[in-house]
Ligand binder design. Structure first.
Ligand SMILES: [Zn+2]
Length: 213
């Protein structure tokens, strides 16, 4: 895929994810691979469904440094920059989605005082690379911070934790989720699969509570 095709695909996914409510209210974001090993990063504080292919920043994943800015000088790189770069360094992610989806927020509530949620008993688990439908899948939950970049410390902790070595997602309580993949298509698949799993886990909890008043 050429970089121009990558840029076009990222804008297409932002429109798709906007329609699903995962990047609405200018929140959420996405990155994908740039030519030369950098990451293409969407701008912050803009209506994500209207981002154009020439509006991405190119950043160096080793330190988040901006290598190339869009012509529009009013744009700023996404606050997800440091988080996306961390996922790229620690997990080899070449594409990361940041969701503000309601199901991600509600799934984070399921952790209670624990630092993770457990998902099991769903065929859709197979959609995550390396996970089978009979596995119990652990998704870490970290606490929200005033600024997105301040999540880095907690995120590096859970990415280094062997309990979470199979996860491609991290939930941020009261906020959303980061979901990644080896390339944009895998990140897209994982984003769809995890949102299904979040929906299912929340719906099953609600049903259990109805049965045991
Ligand atoms: Zn956010």
């Amino acid at each position: 895929m050429t970089e121009q095709e990558t840029r076009e695909l990222l804008t297409e996914l932002l429109r798709l994810f906007y329609a699903k409510g995962w990047v609405s209210g200018t929140g959420g974001g996405i990155c994908g691979p740039a030519d030369g090993g950098g990451l293409l990063l969407a701008p912050t504080g803009v209506h994500k469904e209207r981002v154009r292919p020439d509006e991405f920043f190119t950043v160096d994943p080793t330190d988040g440094r901006v290598l190339r800015s869009p012509d529009d000088a009013s744009l700023r790189p996404s606050e997800c920059n440091s988080i996306f770069c961390l996922a790229a360094r620690e997990r080899g992610a070449r594409s990361v989605v940041h969701s503000h989806g309601l199901s991600a927020v509600l799934a984070g509530d399921l952790a209670g005082d624990a630092d993770h949620v457990e998902i099991r008993g769903l065929e859709m688990l197979k959609g995550i690379r390396g996970v089978a439908n009979r596995d119990t899948h652990l998704v870490p939950v970290i606490r929200n911070t005033p600024r997105e970049g301040e999540l880095v410390e907690q995120l590096s902790g859970v990415l280094a934790d062997p309990r979470f070595e199979k996860t491609f997602a991290v939930l941020v309580a009261d906020h959303g989720a980061y979901i990644w993949g080896d390339d944009i298509w895998e990140a897209k698949r994982h984003t769809e699969v995890y949102h299904f799993l979040f929906d299912a886990a929340v719906a099953r909890r609600d049903r259990r509570e109805e049965r045991t008043p």
